[in-house]
Design a protein around this ligand. Structure first.
Ligand code: AVJ
Length: 332
């Protein structure tokens, strides 16, 4: 897993230069700010401050996805238990939430739980929480980048596998990347596996934009924290008070986009490089794709998964889909 240039910081796999700068972060930021439409991959939103702000977002009145998905997990436990292979290993892509994961584990009583996360710190913290709640359950955390094939612990080799990918995190990726990930998940889990995946649904644009531009301004802070992080970590001079948070609905691509918009003409440096934005220019910081029944099914099929069962919350805002790796061929 580790290469000669990969230093372990705490338990995190981060490649840092002599002065402690995350090389991948710097490369993504410099490349992204050099484009005509400035864009920085959304994964960099989640430093410690960003992860805390996202936690705060999940409690906002406007941000329905977490509550809607939790409602589904609460209300359909018996159906999950009937549809999911008994005695399976639940492999969660991401460290797991303290609310959603226990709901699933209680419902289906699996034989093992395998959280996968690139951040060793989050992984250890959530594995510890889980073990405390489920004392008899074997928990095998794996520190890994799940965008690549992960070799699962020997202890679960002979168990049926259920992948769990809640939160509509799949919606953060453009189609090509999400298809790559779904196929990689299939490689990781095996061709007899099942996958339980959350997908947020297309709905009234006002409801969507409110969820990503809340009245209390928490999502704005989350978005602008990326510029603050660049200033903190990359010796940069972005005038954050000259940027404003924008959330817009892109109907062609069925996604919410987050941008940081310049309130004036501005200039700044990042790691010694000069950048400029004219008033109204934006840095695109996140996509959050939304789905309907058909587009969700099509995405899963393109990624090598056959959708089998689907649940939505009482307000029809969010969906959980159970899919199987074995391809059901309905045409020659
Ligand atoms: C963590 C990707 C599920 O897209 O809804 C929330 C991130 N961004 N508010 C989402 C997010 C702004 C969130 N996900």
């Amino acid at each position: 897993m580790s290469t000669s240039s990969t230093a372990r910081q705490g338990l995190e796999l981060v490649d840092r230069d002599e002065s402690g700068v995350d090389r991948a972060f710097r490369a993504d930021v410099l490349k992204g700010l050099s484009q005509k439409q400035k864009a920085i991959p959304a994964r960099w939103l989640y430093d410690d401050a960003g992860s805390q702000l996202f936690e705060d977002i999940t409690k906002l009145p406007e941000y329905y996805p977490t509550r809607s998905e939790t409602e589904i997990l609460q209300d359909h436990g018996e159906e999950f238990a009937a549809a999911i292979a008994p005695g399976c290993a639940v492999v969660e892509f991401g460290s797991g939430s303290s609310v959603k994961t226990p709901l699933l584990l209680s419902a289906i009583a699996p034989a093992a739980y395998v959280p996968l996360d690139i951040s060793g710190d989050f992984l250890r913290a959530s594995a510890k929480q889980l073990s405390a709640k489920f004392p008899g359950l074997p928990v095998h955390p794996v520190e890994a980048d799940f965008m690549r094939k992960v070799s699962l612990p020997d202890q679960v080799t002979d168990l049926p596998k259920l992948g769990f990918f809640p939160g509509s995190t799949i919606g953060n990726m453009v189609a090509r990347t999400s298809v790559d990930l779904l196929r990689t998940m299939r490689d990781t889990l095996g061709d007899k596996a099942q996958l339980l995946i959350g997908m947020d649904l297309i709905k009234d644009a006002a409801v969507l934009t409110a969820a990503y531009d809340d009245a209390a301004g928490v999502t704005g802070e989350f978005n602008l924290n990326l510029a603050r992080r660049i200033n903190r970590e990359l010796d940069a001079t972005i005038p954050v008070d000259q940027l404003r948070h924008v959330a817009l609905w892109n109907d062609d691509f069925a996604r919410i986009e987050m941008h940081c918009e310049a309130l004036d003409d501005i200039e700044f440096t990042v790691a010694g490089q000069q950048f400029a934005m004219a008033k109204g220019d934006t840095i695109h910081t996140e996509n959050s794709h939304k789905f309907d029944r058909r587009s969700g099914n099509t995405l899963l099929l393109a990624g090598g998964w056959t959708p089998m069962q689907r649940w939505t919350d009482s307000q029809g805002r969010f969906s959980l889909i159970l899919a199987e790796a074995s391809i059901v061929r309905s045409a020659p």
